[in-house]
Design a binder for this molecule. Structure first.
Ligand SMILES: C[S@@+](CC[C@H](N)C(=O)[O-])C[C@H]1O[C@@H](n2cnc3c(N)ncnc32)[C@H](O)[C@@H]1O
Length: 248
């Protein structure tokens, strides 16, 4: 695998692609999307803002939850997203930590990155450690460091605002009857795990799925699956993203 920086710099934002924008606008109206679940908010200024702005101004989503594990990013996202009243930025983890750690340790692609020379990855030196760190809320795989006042605020937020683990499953279960729009854009190491959770919970129900980074460890296998599974119809794609509909 090759370092993602070689491909699109260190940018973490979903590319504001005009084709994707018009496809999303059309899909939201045609499919009557009212509920959105997103994994990986970062600062809220990328995909969350992009998708929110794709809703008609007179028909915003009824509920839009976006999940971020990194405390500092979540705090900033919460402020950045105040202009979208239906968006709820949630501080927590999309997956159960034990299941995710096991998944990382057993992932064949992470163990044998040389077998996938064209696929991107966020760290080429010790990717397992990098994604283990990211799972613990360390942005970019770096350990957390807080100033004393931040630590006090973190303790307060941890008590009153932390939503815990396994939130993707929780919100899929809550929204599953609404033909939700599901956006998977969290850590590179757990993209396939999140996609498996979507398939486990949604089963034969209809939904729309947006994957960012299909040329990356994050989603290259989910992309392959979607291409082969006749229940999915690809609505549009680029070399970076894919929007598909799962038929009910
Ligand atoms: C690629 S960035 C998201 C970019 C964002 N969607 C945008 O367009 O600006 C991935 C984000 O997912 C967060 N993340 C990683 N693992 C996570 C997990 N298990 N649960 C929730 N967030 C996670 C990271 O902290 C990081 O902010």
């Amino acid at each position: 695998m090759k370092h993602a920086k070689e491909y699109h710099g260190s940018s973490m934002d979903m590319v504001a692609d005009e084709d994707l924008r018009s496809l999303l606008q059309e899909t939201i109206v045609k499919q009557g999307i009212t509920h959105v679940i997103e994994t990986g908010t970062y600062l809220g200024l990328g995909s969350t803002t992009f998708v929110s702005e794709s809703f008609p101004s007179d028909r915003p989503p009824e509920q839009f939850v976006t999940i971020e594990v990194n405390w500092k990013s979540w705090r900033r996202a919460w402020r950045n997203l105040r202009r979208f009243p239906s968006v709820r930025a949630i501080w927590g983890r999309t997956v159960a930590v034990d299941r995710a750690l096991k998944f990382l340790e057993n992932d064949g692609a992470l163990r044998n990155p040389n077998e996938y020379p064209d696929i991107l990855i966020d760290d080429t030196k010790d990717p397992l450690r990098f994604y283990q760190n990211e799972l613990s809320g360390a942005l970019g795989g770096r350990p957390r460091k807080y100033r004393p006042w931040q630590f006090i605020l973190w303790l307060y937020d941890r008590k009153y605002s932390n939503a815990g683990d396994n939130l993707l499953e929780k919100y899929l279960k809550a929204f599953k009857a609404t033909t939700p729009l599901i956006i998977l854009d969290s850590a590179g190491g757990i993209g396939l795990l999140e996609f498996s959770i979507v398939r486990e919970v949604m089963q034969d129900l209809p939904y729309i799925i947006l994957l960012d980074d299909i040329n990356h460890l994050k989603h290259f296998r989910s992309h392959e699956h979607i291409k082969k599974d006749r229940h999915f119809k690809i609505l549009g794609s680029s070399e970076r993203w894919l929007l598909a509909r799962h038929a009910g």
